[in-house]
Design a protein around this ligand. Sequence first.
Ligand SMILES: NC(=O)c1ccc[n+]([C@@H]2O[C@H](COP(=O)([O-])OP(=O)(O)OC[C@H]3O[C@@H](n4cnc5c(N)ncnc54)[C@H](OP(=O)(O)O)[C@@H]3O)[C@@H](O)[C@H]2O)c1
Length: 305
Amino acid sequence: MTRWTLDDIPDQSATCAVVTGANSGLGFETARGLASAGAHVVLACRRPDAGEAAAAAIDEAFPDASLEVRELDLASLDSVKRFARGVRQAHDGLDLLVNNAGVMAIPRRETADGFEMQLGVNHLGHFALTGRLFDALRRGSRVVSVSSIYHRQGAFDFDDLQWEDSYDKWDAYARSKLANLLFAYELQRRLDAEGVEMKSVAAHPGYAATNLQSRGPKEMGSRLRLLAMKAANALVAQSARKGALPTLYAATMPDVEGGDYYGPGGFRELRGYPEQVASTERSKDPVLAGELWRVSEELTGVSFL
Ligand SMILES: NC(=O)c1ccc[n+]([C@@H]2O[C@H](COP(=O)([O-])OP(=O)(O)OC[C@H]3O[C@@H](n4cnc5c(N)ncnc54)[C@H](OP(=O)(O)O)[C@@H]3O)[C@@H](O)[C@H]2O)c1
């Protein structure tokens, strides 16, 4: 594959997109890239003021950008419901949903509905969101799930799904990122089985310098870890703009097929330009994915397909 960059995004002027976590890091760059190619972008943000600031920054770079900021807290099923209702009322349909928002390696916390925060925000919130927007997406649309290299360490214990018996912040992150891939592939299997014209694809950014790495150390009050994360970001990570390229490729390119997974093609998939990449056998396990889907429906009260 040749080096694919922002200049290669096809015209998006007919696209109405939702990007979660669009105020920061990869979500911001994804929203910016889509808007630069003419898409109407709904910036779905936990903090509306941060969303407005992000929209202003995109607007400054691209004065013709078509943007809309809406509040979405993925740590609250009520908020997900309100957000989806608002989007459905405001738009005839959606062409693209980018499930990007996330938290990483934070001390154990719970969402408003009592889910462990990383599983709750990274997977269950996006599961509910996709379900609640599903009918709006039934027009040959795409759903992009943002996973991570960390999915490789992910494992499921359905007897302690919420990490009540034991908690390891990295294991919990890995599980949530494995869940993103299990969801993406299972969604495609279900779309195929029902003959629904929609694509479910996945992407990961490699290692990109964003705010993701600092939230955990900040919540732990660890200045040393915060400094270490900042140093690693400065020395090793690629930029958030480059890290967003696999998501943008998966979201916009015509050659993308349902079930594809994109990441950076460089050293150990940590950096580089977008390429199709492989995920673990576990991430493709239909039995595990089916069980996760069933449990996700039960926990969120949202059923689709
Ligand atoms: N950066 C990397 O190297 C890397 C590597 C692999 C995968 N990823 C994935 O990339 C995605 C984006 O992360 P990032 O690196 O861009 O991090 P980031 O800069 O910290 O951005 C995360 C975004 O998610 C939002 N968010 C957090 N909790 C939320 C909630 N409860 N409801 C709604 N939005 C919420 C944040 O909003 P606030 O600003 O309000 O907190 C922020 O907009 C994540 O899914 C992450 O797992 C990143």
